[in-house]
Write a protein that binds this ligand. Structure first.
Ligand code: NI
Length: 191
């Protein structure tokens, strides 16, 4: 950004504020209301997050590699923001929504999310509600056939989206680029 150009463009205007860049996901129809159960067994809806920014990530606790890696990145980014901009960090809630509600009970989620950060919320619910919410958030998932021991993997969309205090989508967080990139993106968009 060239400060001289901005100054020049402002000359002669009675009031001059810098142009506001719209969020990358501005106007996207992603997200919406939900009614789920958190890791403490409490009923939680989207209204409980009103006024705060939400990182929404969908996955499952038995995921062998992708989910733990992504959640570690999100947890590390949150610690980084908490250190650099504590007031900003307090406005953000990382939310992990299971797409495997049959196995991911509140008790299972409680142990799991605690490993990635004290502020992380784990949400589960009925198979029907999880399916509905995943569609709203544009998340695809499909369970594979169980192996002889009954274990199974679930293919799923691997993405973390930031939502604003009004529940509207803001930006896809660059989780594949690591915690520093995610922290930078959070500090850019969370006010
Ligand atoms: Ni996963």
């Amino acid at each position: 950004m060239n400060g001289g150009l901005i100054f020049g463009a402002c000359l002669g205007l009675a009031s001059c504020s810098p142009a506001v860049t719209p969020p990358p996901l501005n106007g996207a129809t992603i997200g919406g209301p939900f009614s789920l159960i958190d890791q403490a067994g409490r009923h939680v809806t989207n209204r409980d997050f009103a006024g705060r920014y939400r990182i929404m990530y969908f996955g499952y606790t038995s995921c062998p590699d992708v989910c733990p890696t992504d959640l570690q990145v999100i947890g590390a980014a949150m610690r980084s923001v908490a250190k650099e901009a504590p007031a900003t960090a307090k406005r953000i809630v990382p939310v992990f929504v299971t797409i495997d509600p049959a196995r991911d009970t509140p008790a299972v989620l409680k142990t799991y999310v605690a490993a990635f950060g004290p502020e992380m919320v784990g949400l589960t619910g009925s198979a029907e509600e999880i399916s509905r919410v995943a569609k709203e958030y544009r998340v695809y998932y499909k369970a594979a056939q169980p192996d002889p021991s009954g274990e199974y993997i679930v293919q799923h969309t691997d993405q973390a989206l930031l939502f604003g205090p009004d529940g509207k989508p803001i930006v896809v967080l660059p989780i594949a680029n690591g915690a520093a990139a995610v922290a930078t993106t959070l500090e850019k968009w969370v006010q």
